[in-house]
Design a protein around this ligand. Structure first.
Ligand SMILES: [Zn+2]
Length: 357
C-alpha cells in the first residue's frame, strides 16, 4: 500500500495536506558556533548570552552562528506554540530534516505531533561532515545505508518510531562534497533504492578558500545519483533558493528531472561578516524566481519551506516563524499571478507524490 511515514505511524497520502518540505523543530546547531568562533572580544562576549530582542539584528546579519542559545531549539512547549501558528493558517504537515549529530529527537517530535495534531516526518542520514557522529567515519557506504534502511523499515533505536525520508544529507567543503559526505550521499542512494523513500541533500555553496558563494554543486549530485541508480524523481534539492538564484539556474536542474525545495523563505541573512558581499536571497528574489518558474510550467517539481532552525527565526523572538510562507508569501504569489492550482501543486500535490512510497 502506498503510504507516508510519520512519527505517529503511516498515513494515507490523501491525509498529508499542506506540507513544508524542509523544517527543523528540535535541533542543536551549536557545533557551528564552535567552527565560526569570532575574533572580536565584543562578539565573543555575546556567545554565551541568552538570545534577547536587542540581539536579533546582529543575529540576522552576518553575526548569526555566534550564539549558543540561538542555535538550540529544545523547548517543547515553545515549539508547540510556534507550530500552532502554522496550523492556524491551514498547515497540516512538515518534513523535519534534523539528523543524528545535530540533535534529532524522534520522541520529542512524536510528543509535538500529538500536542499539535500536525503530521511530522522524521529523517535519517547525516548532515555536513563537521557534525558527523564519530561512528560515521569507520563505516562504509553500504553499512551506513543499512542503518538508514533499518531506521526506515524497522525503526529508530527501539523507540517504535520510523524515519520517513532521507536527508538533509549535508555537503560542505570542498565543493561539491567532502569525501565523507560523498560516502553518505552514496549510502543515501542505496537506501533510497532499497526502500523507495524520498531523499534530500543540503548542497555545498560556500567556497571557504575564495570566500564566495557557488552554485555549481547540484550537477555533481545529480551525476552521483544517476551513477548509483537511485530515483531522481524522489530526490529534492534542499536550499534550491540559495543555489538557484535565478530561474535559469533552476530550469537547468529541473530539466534533469529532480525536484527543487525552495526552503529558506523568511531568511534574508547577509553573510558579509564572514564573506564580503555573500548573502542569502531575499524573499522578493525568491518570489520572482518562483513566479517565473510557474510561468514556465515547472510548478510540478517545486516544494516550499522555511528551514526554521535558529531561535531568531521564531515568532517568539520577532522572527518570521513557521506560518510565514502561508501568511505572507502565498498571498504575494497570488498577487503576481500564480494560479491557485499551481499553489496547491507546490504545497500539497508535490509533497504527496514525492514523500509517498
Ligand atoms: Zn535544514
Amino acid at each position: 500500500m502506498v503510504k507516508i511515514r510519520t512519527v505517529r505511524g503511516d498515513i494515507s497520502p490523501e491525509d498529508l495536506g499542506v506540507t513544508l518540505s524542509h523544517e527543523h523543530i528540535l535541533i542543536n546547531l551549536q557545533f557551528l558556533c564552535n567552527l565560526m568562533m569570532p575574533q572580536e572580544a565584543s562578539l565573543r562576549a555575546l556567545m554565551d548570552k541568552p538570545v534577547t530582542i536587542e540581539m536579533i539584528y546582529l543575529l540576522r546579519r552576518g553575526v548569526r552562528k555566534f550564539n549558543y542559545d540561538d542555535a538550540l531549539l529544545s523547548d517543547i512547549d515553545l515549539m508547540v506554540r510556534e507550530l500552532l501558528e502554522y496550523k492556524s493558517f491551514s498547515g497540516r504537515s512538515l518534513v523535519e530534516q534534523t539528523l543524528p549529530g545535530i540533535g534529532r529527537d524522534p520522541l520529542g517530535l512524536k510528543r509535538i505531533s500529538e500536542l499539535t495534531g500536525l503530521n511530522i516526518i522524521c529523517s535519517t542520514g547525516w548532515y555536513i561532515v563537521s557534525s558527523h557522529p564519530s561512528y560515521v567515519k569507520n563505516k562504509s557506504s553500504e553499512e551506513l545505508a543499512d542503518i538508514m534502511i533499518k531506521e526506515i523499515e524497522e525503526g529508530i533505536d527501539d523507540i517504535g518510531i520510523k524515519a520517513g525520508v532521507i536527508g538533509e544529507c549535508g555537503c560542505s567543503f570542498p565543493i561539491p562534497y567532502h569525501p565523507e559526505e560523498e560516502k553518505v550521499l552514496r549510502a543515501a542512494c542505496k537506501a533510497q533504492k532499497a526502500t523507495g523513500v524520498a531523499f534530500s541533500c543540503h548542497p555545498a555553496f560556500i567556497d571557504v578558500e575564495r570566500k564566495v558563494y557557488r552554485t555549481d554543486a547540484p550537477l555533481a549530485y545529480i551525476k552521483l545519483i544517476e551513477k548509483e541508480g537511485a530515483n531522481l524523481e524522489k530526490f529534492f534539492l534542499s536550499h534550491s533558493d540559495i543555489v538557484c538564484p535565478t530561474s535559469d539556474h533552476a530550469s537547468k536542474l529541473l530539466e534533469k528531472g529532480i525536484n527543487l525545495s525552495f526552503d529558506t523563505f523568511g531568511q534574508d541573512h547577509y553573510d558579509d561578516y564572514i564573506f564580503m558581499g555573500a548573502r542569502h536571497p531575499t524573499d522578493p528574489e525568491r518570489i520572482s524566481n518562483i513566479v517565473e518558474l510557474c510561468k514556465r510550467g515547472y510548478e510540478k517539481n517545486i516544494m516550499l519551506s522555511q528551514d526554521v532552525c535558529w531561535k531568531h527565526l521564531l515568532k517568539r523572538y520577532g522572527g518570521p516563524g513557521y506560518s510565514h510562507l502561508l501568511e505572507h508569501i502565498v498571498p504575494t504569489f497570488r498577487y503576481y499571478g500564480v494560479k491557485e492550482k499551481q499553489i496547491r501543486t507546490m504545497l500539497i500535490d508535490n509533497p504527496k507524490r514525492i514523500l509517498s512510497f
